[in-house]
Design a binder for this molecule. Structure first.
Ligand code: NAD
Length: 503
């Protein structure tokens, strides 16, 4: 059930999407009162998109208080049917304004329109629809119990909204990952304050227009822009009226947010970093494995938490696989999001490009064989000012190398040959992360065996990023806390209340 869109993107105009961002607090767009802002630039060519106001303590406080008040206003009084109808209307309105969302997302991230029109924007809409459908169908448990007077008692559970939810989201799939949290939070009757990534403020802001158009009550959905430490992100996690914090981003940021959440014992839901393994056995369907690994390494320019940066290939097909993946990498087309056939965009920022290139340099220092790529990409023209790097493949490094141990979050992978299932399993699990893995084999028993033994929240066998939104999504080890998706999201976004009635 990965969302696919029938939409063409001929009407999405990047230049028309250039605009200043605004906070969205209590149903109103505002620049806030800090007087501080930054310039949002496109990763494509470093051109100016617009200004983004930096929220401070006052903006966060206003947004949290609006969210708190909305819990007890019309939103809190709605029936589940009324609320979920409204969220279905939000999904419809995103689809109606599909090209506006598409242009804004591609301008902010630089990703190809062919990708965002199939994944980011349709999933943004689907997240509201799916969670609206999920909460309509939930039931809770009941227990009858004996009592000394013989009349007994009846217990039943009620699911209540948790309250005011802080949503802190990253830049790699901005609308998709933000609505993956806002959708279930609102479906369960909570109210939210979103602090989007400073790199990608546009679609979060645009969603404010959708909320007003559909008639979502004031204060239910709020947005405050800003940075992390000493800025809106940190102030939001510290606000005492916030009842829960849901965060997607780096593991190190998760540690800082967890420390903030400790004050007031606020619950957290975390989707964090990964260093995912793709394991290719000699008995795989070679072409399918190659296509899957190609996608998992290079899609979204490698800026996908579920992406593969460690590829393990069984020795009999190692050389052939390396050469075939090299050909695939060299066949990727980089360029402007509109341009026909473009499959690869730039990295998100100059800072991230510097980080990825530092790993490219480190790989060379460590003696890696650079199979392809290994440097910045020269694009020519205006794109020369953007944050482009070459798709890169290495071999020849030991498993102890930082290239194999640390999340790079770029269009690159290291390929290691392996000889036995035990060996590859030990390598795959020798990481502090535990988000995802893919296993490529035509041996059904081996597929099951590996899926059970790999220490990760998600394992794909003979596929990658094939998502049914009702399934549990999240990371093991340092890749996350909790699971979101379908009914699993209810565990975080609701409080179960037991009612005991003496009969
Ligand atoms: P990041 O951690 O740098 O930033 C994420 C968000 O946190 C941003 O909005 C940022 O402003 C905010 N932030 C930073 N410091 C903060 C603080 N101290 N308090 C409050 N907020 C703070 O992550 P990123 O670079 O935007 O995203 C890339 C990372 O996200 C990668 O590690 C990737 O693996 C991870 N990711 C994980 C998943 C998943 O589902 N597990 C999905 C996508 C991305």
């Amino acid at each position: 059930m990965t969302a696919h869109s029938p939409h063409a993107f001929k009407g999405a105009n990047l230049d028309a999407a250039r605009r200043d961002a605004a906070h969205f607090i209590n149903g109103e767009f505002t620049q806030g009162a800090t007087g501080k802002s930054w310039i949002n630039r496109s990763p494509l060519d470093n051109s100016v998109i617009g200004n983004v106001p930096e929220g401070g303590k006052a903006e966060i406080d206003a947004a949290v208080r609006a969210a708190k008040a909305a819990l007890h206003g019309p939103w809190g009084r709605m029936t589940v049917a009324e609320r979920t109808d409204m969220l279905a209307a939000v999904a419809d309105e995103i689809n109606r304004r599909f090209d506006d969302f598409l242009a804004a997302e591609c301008l902010d991230t630089g990703k190809p329109m062919s990708l965002a029109s199939h994944i980011d924007i349709p999933r943004g809409a689907a997240n509201f629809k799916m969670f609206a459908d999920t909460v309509k169908g939930i039931s809770t448990e009941t227990f009858t119990m004996p009592t000394p007077d013989g009349k007994g008692a009846l217990n039943y559970a009620l699911r209540k909204p948790k309250g005011v939810i802080a949503v802190i989201s990253p830049w790699n799939l901005p609308l998709l990952l933000m609505t993956w949290k806002v959708g279930p939070a609102l479906a369960c009757g909570n109210t939210v304050i979103v602090k989007p990534s400073e790199e990608t403020p546009l679609t979060t802001t645009l969603l404010g227009e959708v909320m007003n158009k559909v008639g979502v009550p004031k204060g239910v959905y709020n947005v405050v822009h800003g940075l992390g430490p000493d800025s809106a992100g940190e102030y939001l996690t510290q606000h005492p009226l916030v009842n829960g914090i849901t965060f997607t981003g780096e593991t190190r940021t998760g540690e800082a947010i967890m420390a903030a959440a400790a004050k007031g014992v606020r619950p957290v839901s975390f989707e964090l970093g990964g260093k995912n393994a793709g394991i290719v056995f000699a008995d795989c369907d070679f072409d399918k494995a190659l296509a899957g690994i190609t996608r998992s390494v290079f899609e979204n320019c490698g800026q996908v938490c579920l992406g593969t940066e460690r590829v393990y290939v069984e020795r009999p097909i190692f050389d052939r696989f390396v050469q075939a993946l090299k050909a695939k990498a060299e066949g990727l087309k980089m360029g402007d999001p509109h341009a026909p056939g473009v499959t690869l965009g730039p990295l998100i920022s100059a800072e991230h490009k510097a980080k990825v290139l530092s790993y490219y340099a480190k790989a060379r220092e460590e003696g890696a064989v650079v199979v392809t790529g290994g440097g910045a990409a020269s694009m020519g023209g205006a794109l020369e000012r953007g944050h482009w790097v070459q798709p890169t493949i290495w071999t020849g490094l030991p498993e102890s190398s930082p290239i194999i141990r640390e999340e790079i979050f770029g269009p690159c992978c290291h390929i290691q040959p392996f000889d036995t299932e035990e060996q590859v399993l030990a390598w795959a699990n020798d990481t502090t992360y535990g988000l995802a893995a893919s296993v490529w084999t035509t041996n059904l028993q081996r597929g099951h065996r590996m899926a059970a033994a790999v220490e990760a929240g998600l394992v794909w066998v003979n596929s990658w990023f094939l998502r049914d939104l009702r399934t549990p999504f999240g990371g093991a080890k340092q890749s996350g806390i909790g699971r979101e998706g379908g009914v699993h999201s209810l565990e975080f976004y609701t409080e179960l209340k037991n009612v005991c009635i003496k009969l």
